[in-house]
Design a protein around this ligand. Structure first.
Ligand code: ZN
Length: 442
């Protein structure tokens, strides 16, 4: 399941509804303004942008490429005119509105005159050709099983249970897929890392560490006396409690930012695969609604909302990502993986009910651009997989059947285990993409 979605009319709380997850942009809460300077307008737990880093990208991109990526991928919902100004030879990007400071990016005069793009990850084309049997040799892949498992799944609202059957916890399902994938990918020559390899969070923080921040966010956003605790899980006002807000600060913002630090400063992968299972609204988790709808889609970073671009850290991270040219690698890769997963699973493409937060990209109809924390913060190509509706009758029965070798009859059809089918689809896509792009040396 994706962590956030369309804008909400009440955009204040760090909100989250069952399916239509919403990151309500807490209006800037600059807790540590820098003395004597205009405070940065930061998102939740956001880092101060280091605009000077962008100097390394001078003359690495042509005006045409920059304008195309802004218009077709990253800023498809528009932006305030003073944020990004594209001129003939330069782009002017707002760093801080209060102090009216701008970063000036100089374009390369032509494709041939471009400076090399500085980056730690390697494109498929830059890898030497590989043996046919080991098309992933030398490739560094980080696996990011979405969410948390075990006891944390209920807190994250990634948990439901039908009667006395085994409970369904997305964070445990994704870890199972990651472990199956890891051994397959290693046999194909890849160097595989886990961003999470247990049900536990990797952030050392816990919800109680965020109680004060949660209280400040609520007060700032019009709840003068926030209640400490959620009294009833079905309480529609639970998002206005310190408990609920401090939990989401822990399991989403703190956890994903910690994962990003691991990816960016330690693992240095060429690619991150974010593994999720999707769901449709299931209502009461103890008496969930099962449905017939089942589908597949993949996400890459892009499609920033106007309000997100107003935040100095998100705007900076978007520009840095654009200039790293991650999209040129992650889009064709996502397209090929989506095609392989579609063949393997037989699932139709998911259609978002609105185009408010996503933009369809690629050629196969399965890939969307969307600005998620993980796809934005991991500084390399990121492919975010969202196959299967966990509370569909078909996926639910297959999750209950567990993992097994070979084929079994589930709901009258011979099927692989859902976990192996998921892993096989991803592996087939990676093999196809890397064999084709880097060549097999014969
Ligand atoms: Zn998920």
């Amino acid at each position: 399941m994706v962590l956030k979605s369309a804008k909400s009319s009440h955009r204040w709380f760090i909100g989250c509804q069952m399916i239509f997850r919403i990151t309500l942009l807490a209006t800037c809460l600059s807790i540590f303004p820098i003395t004597g300077e205009a405070a940065d307008n930061l998102g939740i737990l956001g880092a101060h942008p280091k605009w000077a880093v962008l100097e390394k990208y001078q003359e690495t991109i042509t005006r045409n490429d920059f304008a195309r990526l802004i218009q077709d991928v990253y800023c498809t919902h528009g932006f305030a005119p003073d944020l990004i100004e594209i001129n003939e030879e330069t782009a002017r990007i707002l760093m801080n509105r209060q102090s009216q400071k701008f970063f000036t990016l100089r374009f390369a005069k032509s494709a041939a005159a471009r400076n090399p793009v500085p980056r730690l990850w390697r494109t498929a084309k830059s890898l030497t050709s590989a043996k046919f049997e080991t098309p992933l040799s030398g490739l560094r892949i980080a696996l990011d099983p979405g969410h948390l498992g075990g006891k944390w799944a209920k807190m994250e609202e990634r948990w439901f249970q039908v009667g006395n059957s085994a409970s369904v916890e997305e964070g445990d399902l994704t870890l199972r897929v990651a472990r199956l994938l890891a051994s397959r990918l290693r046999k194909l020559g890849a160097k595989v890392f886990f961003v999470r390899n247990s049900p536990e969070p990797i952030t050392p923080k816990r919800p109680d560490d965020f109680r004060e921040l949660a209280r400040k966010i609520l007060i700032k956003n019009g709840v003068p006396h926030p209640r400490p605790d959620v009294l009833d899980p079905n309480d529609p006002d639970k998002e206005q409690t310190i408990r609920w807000q401090s939990e989401i600060l822990f399991y989403r913002y703190s956890e994903i930012r910690r994962r990003a630090a691991l990816v960016n400063f330690k693992l240095h992968p060429d690619l991150v695969l974010c593994l999720h299972f999707n769901a449709e609204s299931w209502g009461d988790p103890n008496n969930p609604t099962l449905i017939d709808t089942n589908h597949l889609h993949l996400l890459v970073n892009g499609s920033y909302l106007q309000d997100e671009l107003e935040l100095d850290d998100e705007r900076f991270e978007m520009i840095r990502r654009l200039l790293s040219r991650a999209y040129d690698e992650e889009l064709p890769l996502a397209d090929v993986i989506a095609g392989a997963m579609a063949r393997e699973t037989g699932l139709p493409p998911y259609e978002y009910p609105t185009a408010n937060s996503t933009t369809k990209v690629g050629t196969g109809g399965y890939v969307y651009a969307r600005n998620l924390l993980a796809t934005r913060l991991y500084r390399c190509p990121v492919v975010y997989c969202e196959p299967y509706v966990m509370n569909s009758n078909d996926a639910f029965a297959r999750i209950q059947a567990g993992d097994y070798e070979g084929m079994r009859n589930v709901n009258g059809v011979e099927r692989k285990s859902i976990f192996r089918e998921y892993a096989d689809g991803v592996v087939d896509g990676l093999v196809e993409y890397y064999r084709e792009t880097r060549g097999t040396g014969d």
